[in-house]
Design a protein around this ligand. Structure first.
Ligand SMILES: [Zn+2]
Length: 169
């Protein structure tokens, strides 16, 4: 079985007057993440990891900030499209592991719901998705509350040779 790994990293600035959506979950907080879409930093990292694993570039290439079609769009829709592109290459997701870096708010109560939302968006078992969260002990932009970062790793496995030029595999 051919396996491939991908990683994704994303950062968004925390600003007033925006909803805070992380992992598809809207979290009560006095500020939200700034961005063209819903600025879901965790889902963007997962998108990049999925695309990266399949050798399909990155999220900016497929869903440019300049395109009004993506204004305020739920990033879970973008993730679904990324997963579809990966599946067209003949792969399926084995597992996703990710970490959110945020000083506040406390994300512990929302991690399981994030796992369910991400898994549901791409139609995999929520047991295949693991979400972790950490503070940075007050250090850096996350620690100062200027922004939130997320990192994701995705493992994918080849399930079919749908890709036309797969004769050598
Ligand atoms: Zn982003």
């Amino acid at each position: 079985m051919k396996l491939r790994i991908g990683s994704g990293y994303d950062v968004h600035r925390l600003v007033s007057g925006r909803k805070l959506t992380i992992g598809g979950v809207t979290i009560p907080f006095e500020r939200g993440l700034k961005g063209h879409s819903d600025a879901d930093v965790l889902v963007h990292a997962v998108c990049d990891a999925v695309l990266g694993a399949a050798g399909l570039g990155d999220i900016g290439r497929h869903f440019p900030d300049s395109d009004p079609a993506y204004k305020d769009i739920s990033s879970l829709i973008l993730l679904k499209r990324c997963a579809n592109m990966m599946e067209e290459q003949g792969y399926s997701i084995e597992n996703i592991d990710c970490t959110i870096f945020a000083q506040a708010p406390k994300l512990e109560p929302y991690k399981e719901e994030m796992e369910h939302k991400i898994a549901a968006a791409i139609e995999i078992s929520s047991e295949s998705v693991n979400v972790k969260a950490t503070t940075t002990e007050g250090l850096g932009f996350e620690g100062k509350g200027e922004g939130i970062a997320a990192h994701a790793v995705v493992l994918i496995a080849k399930i079919s040779s749908l890709k036309l030029n797969s004769a050598s595999e």
